[in-house]
Design a protein around this ligand. Structure first.
Ligand code: GCO
Length: 426
């Protein structure tokens, strides 16, 4: 077996998101989110008809999450705060919401675990969606009030913040691919507007954004490097260039109509799960045509149709980012595998994590500035449109057990060894 080491100060942790784990959907002053609305619809689009009404009940059992993190020896916990617990419809502070997150943050710090807080992980207050949500420029002012409330309430203990989780997903997925109808580009414009005016860097310390992408490989020798690079710009450059590149310009290959110039500071977070093969595309000059992509049949599949294991994709992606954006500091804030049904024998996840940690180690050896890794996810949770039919936790949860014990899977032993030894064996 090969040993892959990590730098001494490398930070290990796990990730989660409020709507996916908390439950208590209508308790202690919380107002409805768009995911409460979506999952409560009659014959909703959620695959198993489930909701996040209860989920893993972290609102009540957050100490079980903290113990699960502590048992592994993790030093950071990436979780998100629900806007719908913090502000009422009248934009007033909901103290019980503040109290809950104070208990989580103080509980983590008491056992030496740093909170890495995502401000927005898709659970938009429904009343704001009723005003157009991210497509309405007024959302910027609402988000500034929310951000100020977070910084005022938790900024004394939370030193690193992630603003938005995957703008591509909630703008395109939320407004462009049918979960909801409205315009994609204005949604992006409003998200990036908050950076354009350096709003966050004026208010608080380290504030980053969390982008997601696959890595693109050529499907065959007919696929030009230019086309593969175009695919990477569709998937990442479109969202990263305005943040990283000096003039904040879009990659020329995109020629997007969006006019944002954003500057970033602090760590920027990256979610990587899988890669794809780029087949000879449609007319390359058509900058809006989605790239035609597929999977290599040899790539191992998970319980999720979109998730196949391509460890090399993480290596090449980190080098791509290093080369295109002048080697920024990166946290990997999501990377993981899904299984079904509930199981603790997650050999597929153990193999996936070993291989991806090894390629991450190689990328760091080759000069990439990756300083933290938080596995997706700490526990099985509500997997959005898939409900509970795809499980991403390194701890299993039986969602019919009122105590919701966090049951360690085999991958917990792997992560304990990685944290203890700061190396992974493949
Ligand atoms: C995402 C979200 C997570 C998902 C995870 C598995 O990246 O889509 O941040 O909430 O649950 O990625 O799909």
């Amino acid at each position: 077996a090969e040993i892959y080491n990590f730098p001494n100060n490398f930070i290990w942790g796990a990730a989660s998101a409020s709507y996916q784990i908390e439950g208590a959907w209508n308790v202690d002053g919380k107002i409805p989110s768009i995911w409460d609305t979506a999952s409560h619809k009659n014959n909703s689009s959620i695959r198993d008809g489930s909701t996040g009404d209860d989920a893993g009940m972290s609102y009540y059992y957050y100490e079980k999450d903290i113990q699960a993190l502590k048992d592994i020896g993790f030093e950071v916990y990436r979780f998100s705060i629900a806007w719908t617990r913090i502000l009422t419809k009248a934009n007033q502070v909901n103290q019980k919401g503040i109290d809950y997150y104070n208990k989580v943050i103080d509980g983590l710090l008491d056992v030496g675990i740093q909170p890495l807080v995502t401000m927005y992980h898709w659970d938009l207050p429904q009343y704001l969606q009723d005003l157009g949500g991210w497509t309405n420029p007024a959302i910027v002012k609402y988000f500034e009030v929310y951000a100020d409330t977070l910084f005022a309430s938790f900024g004394d203990r939370v030193e690193e913040w992630i603003t938005f989780n995957e703008p591509k997903t909630f703008c395109n997925g939320g407004y462009g691919e049918g979960w909801d109808a409205p315009e994609i580009k204005t949604a992006h414009a409003n998200v990036y507007h908050l950076y354009k005016n350096k709003y966050f860097t004026k208010q608080q310390g380290k504030v980053g954004i969390c982008l997601d992408t696959t890595f693109s490989f050529p499907a065959n020798e007919n696929v030009t490097d230019e086309l593969v690079d175009k695919a990477m710009h569709f998937s990442l450059g479109r969202y990263a260039n305005p943040i990283y590149s000096a003039d904040g310009d879009y990659p020329s290959v995109m020629r997007e109509a969006i006019d944002q110039r954003v500057k970033m500071k602090g760590e920027d977070a990256l979610n990587y799960y899988t890669s794809n093969l780029i087949k000879p595309s449609l007319n390359p000059a058509d900058s809006d045509s989605e790239i035609d992509s597929s999977f290599d049949p040899s790539w191992k599949r998970s319980a999720s149709s979109w998730l196949v294991s391509v460890p090399e994709g993480l290596y090449h992606l980190l080098l791509w980012i290093k080369d295109h954006y002048n080697n920024p500091l990166v946290y990997i804030t999501e990377n993981g595998w899904s299984d079904l049904p509930m199981t603790t024998e997650d050999d597929g996840r153990v193999e996936y994590l070993r291989e991806h940690l090894a390629t991450m180690s190689r990328a760091i050896t080759d000069g990439c500035r990756v300083e933290a890794y938080t596995v997706w996810s700490l526990t099985d949770n509500f997997e959005w449109m898939k409900g509970y039919t795809e499980r991403f936790g390194i701890y299993a949860i039986n969602f019919t057990d009122p105590e919701r014990p966090r049951i360690p899977k085999k991958s917990v032993d792997l992560m304990k060894q990685v944290v203890r030894d700061n190396f992974v064996e493949v």
